[in-house]
Design a protein. Structure first.
Lengths: 150, 150
């Protein structure tokens, strides 16, 4: 495609040096589950700046030294794309403060892996944690589609 | 922005274990210069698949074990975005075969750095080569804009 309708969003896995990650328990009208914080890019906003802003808004933390891990790439039923830029960092400062989007708290990564059943977080964790993967892809226009990692 | 018009493209730096990278001398109607091979995503195509396909078409090589390095993120004059997913790999097989888009050939990376004056390749090389950077950003709606890396 030359150009098309795309939603651009971000998500960030903040981790410490003790095996914990910062998770958000999202509470939306149509969903509820454990997911990493993030959100939509603003018009004209650089991707890295959008990650830093969303993390500040949803967790209270100021992050730096972001590493790109990959992309969640979702073909929606109308054929448009939904893209999530996946970042991680262990550089952060400030105090945790939850927002109206959901409570944020530390959880051992091993424990999260057992509970990751929301928004394909199980597949996203493979991309966040393993260098050989850089994409979570699924195509909702295909009724037999499965979520794959590449 | 919730959703907007976005062009999605890719670019890949293929490198060997002797300090060389595979470059393409693009020959378009309005441009001519040294750049890494790549191109547009097809409708519904996963990003990783699009990189493998474009590299096959433009260089003759079959690549694997792709690593994501970052994104070139360009706000165009009409406010739409132009995104280039930047990948690299040193896993390739086959024989080099140039396409009508331009001749491809190996060049020492150090030599390329001195010649990189086309399409912000100098800034992209920072993202390809340094883990601390993941974005080349510029905003063409701002007359005083400069290309920055983040």
């Amino acid at each position: 495609m030359r150009s098309g309708i795309v939603a651009l969003t971000n998500m960030c896995m903040i981790y410490d040096d003790k095996g914990n990650v910062l998770i958000e328990e999202k509470v939306g009208r149509n969903y509820k589950g454990l997911i990493f914080p993030g959100g939509h890019l603003e018009r004209g906003e650089p991707i890295v700046d959008s990650v830093i802003r969303e993390i500040k808004e949803e967790t209270g933390l100021t992050i730096s030294d972001l590493q790109i891990c990959g992309v969640k790439d979702w073909i929606q039923k109308d054929g448009s794309r939904y893209i999530v830029f996946l970042y991680k960092t262990n550089s952060f400062s400030g105090e945790i403060k939850s927002s109206s989007e959901g409570e944020v708290f530390w959880i051992p990564l091993d424990e999260l892996k057992k509970k990751a059943d929301f928004w394909h977080l199980d597949k996203m964790l493979e991309v966040f944690c393993k260098d050989e993967f850089s994409e979570v892809f699924f195509d909702a226009t295909d009724e037999d589609y499965d979520v794959i990692i590449k």
